[in-house]
Structures are given as C-alpha cells and as structure tokens.
Design a protein around this ligand. Structure first.
Ligand SMILES: Nc1ncnc2c1ncn2[C@@H]1O[C@H](COP(=O)(O)OP(=O)(O)OP(=O)(O)O)[C@@H](O)[C@H]1O
Ligand SMILES: C=C(C)CCOP(=O)(O)O
Length: 246
C-alpha cells in the first residue's frame, strides 16, 4: 500500500511567526508517521518558511522571478524546514531522506509541471521514506515560480499509482459556510462559496487551491486535521473526502 501524505505548513510551523517550527505539532506528526505501516511519501508545505519569502519577492504559483538571490532565499528557507521534518522522522527511526524539488522539478511555459518519479520510486524500493516539499522551481518563460506541496502530492500520487492520499492541515476538514466539516466534495462549484485563502501569508491559494488540486486526482484524497493523522494512517477516512465523480 503506497500512501502520499502531505503535512501542511500550517501544521508543522507556527504560520504567523517567521521561520518557526511548531516543535510540538511536528513531534506529534512524526510519532504518527513512525507508527504507520504503509509505504509512505511525505510532502510538506511552506508555512512560515516558504510563504513569507515568496510573498516578499512577489513570487507565486503564477508570478515568476528571475532574481536568483530571491529564489535561493525561498529555497534555503524550505531547506531548513525540510531538515527539521527529516530530522524529527529520523529521530523516531523512520528512514526519511530529503528530496529537493528545485533540483529535479520544472514547469513548461503553460505551467505544466514535471516532477520525476524515478528517484522517489527507487528510494521507496530501498525502504527509504522520501520527504519532499513545496518549493520554488524553474518555469520556462517566467524565471521561477512556486510549486505547492499540494500539486506535488497530486503529481506523485498519479505517477507512483498511490493507493491513498491524505492532506493534513490545521482544520479538521474542508468547512462549509456554517463551519461544519463537509463529508465529501466531488466538484469545485458546489463548495466554491465556502473556499477561501489561508488566514496566514500563503501564495498558493489556501484551501481553494488544495481542493482544486485534489479534484484533478483519480485517487480519493482525505483532508483532515492533526488530531486525525493517526486514524488516517491506520486506514480510516477522517475529515473530507475529495473525489471527482468519474
Ligand atoms: N472552507 C474552508 N475550509 C477549511 N479551511 C479553509 C476554508 N477556506 C479557507 N480556509 C483556510 O485554508 C487554510 C488551509 O490552507 P493552507 O494552505 O493554509 O494549509 P496548509 O496546506 O496546512 O499550509 P501550507 O500551504 O503552508 O502547506 C485553513 O487554515 C483556513 O485558514
Ligand atoms: C511557498 C513555498 C515555497 C511552498 C508552498 O507549498 P505549499 O505550502 O504546499 O503551498
């Protein structure tokens, strides 16, 4: 069983404090991952590491930059967070290894992303747990743009034929206009009015971007909160199930 798990940047960082890891939340998430039996690919988001730097350089998933210093600043910040996540996992005996998108992924001029699956598949075959993250990547005609962890989740899930996809954010699921968790989402329009950006600095579209990306997937994806991470990794479907009717 191959599972792609995204740990939201809003979970593993204090999203309102620049470059601050939420140590307690990261420890809890790493404990849950260490207990999992599935073959896992972990993807984490930017939180207070990637997003403020991206915003400072006016870079988003659609707006690019040719400023190499800025690109490096965003990438280095994500590298710091990635090290913290890999270290927390290795401390618990998980064979976690970093995979840095800037070095392997790219976009063509219409925004289509290429993210090679082979290095990840080989790592999995050797019993490693790849830990990759939203990053800044080169895009033809635009310099470099932000590739969200959510898009990486959908790319890798498709390429590696993942059986399960889970997106752990700070909210217990996708919420409706009254703040209740929506059980199932099969098209964007029905829930569009409730979907917004993140409350913190976020250049990749918050929950709306997440739902849009997950609806592109053939595999059903669960969106849930940190309290349900263990349940998801044990096979449950907590929170909101996002799956376009075929
Ligand atoms: N309808 C909604 N249901 C749930 N959350 C929503 C909704 N509309 C907007 N949001 C916001 O979206 C946020 C989740 O998206 P966000 O991109 O911040 O999460 P993340 O993936 O955990 O973080 P990161 O992008 O840093 O990885 C929530 O914390 C909330 O502020
Ligand atoms: C802002 C950067 C560099 C990463 C964005 O990834 P996300 O938090 O998954 O949207």
């Amino acid at each position: 069983m191959t599972t792609v798990l995204k740990l939201g940047g809003s979970v593993v960082t204090a999203k309102d404090e620049p470059e601050t890891v939420d140590r307690e939340a990261l420890a809890d998430a790493a404990d849950a991952v260490a207990d999992a039996d599935d073959e896992l690919i972990v993807v984490h988001g930017g939180g207070s590491f990637g997003h403020p730097h991206a915003a400072a350089h006016a870079v988003s998933d659609t707006e690019g930059t040719h400023d190499a210093t800025g690109v490096r600043e965003i990438h280095d910040a994500m590298g710091e967070l990635n090290s913290a996540v890999v270290e927390a996992l290795q401390d618990r005996g998980v064979s976690a290894l970093p995979v840095r998108p800037l070095s392997v992924a790219s976009r063509d001029d219409d925004g289509t992303t290429t993210f090679p699956g082979e290095p990840i598949a080989t790592m999995l075959g050797e019993g490693f747990v790849p830990v990759t993250h939203g990053d800044v990547v080169a895009q033809a005609g635009a310099g470099a743009t932000i590739l969200s962890g959510d898009e990486i989740v959908t790319r890798l899930a498709r390429q590696l034929d993942a059986n399960r996809v889970g997106v752990c954010s700070t909210v217990p699921g996708v919420l409706d206009d009254d703040g209740r968790v929506i059980d199932r989402i099969s098209d964007f329009e029905t829930v569009a009015s409730a979907l917004g950006d993140s409350e913190a600095t976020d250049v990749t579209g918050g929950m709306a971007g997440k739902v849009r990306a997950l609806l592109e997937l053939g595999t059903p994806a669960s969106v849930f909160g940190p309290a349900e991470l263990g349940a998801f990794l044990s096979g449950d479907r907590p929170g909101t199930l996002v799956h376009r009717e075929q």
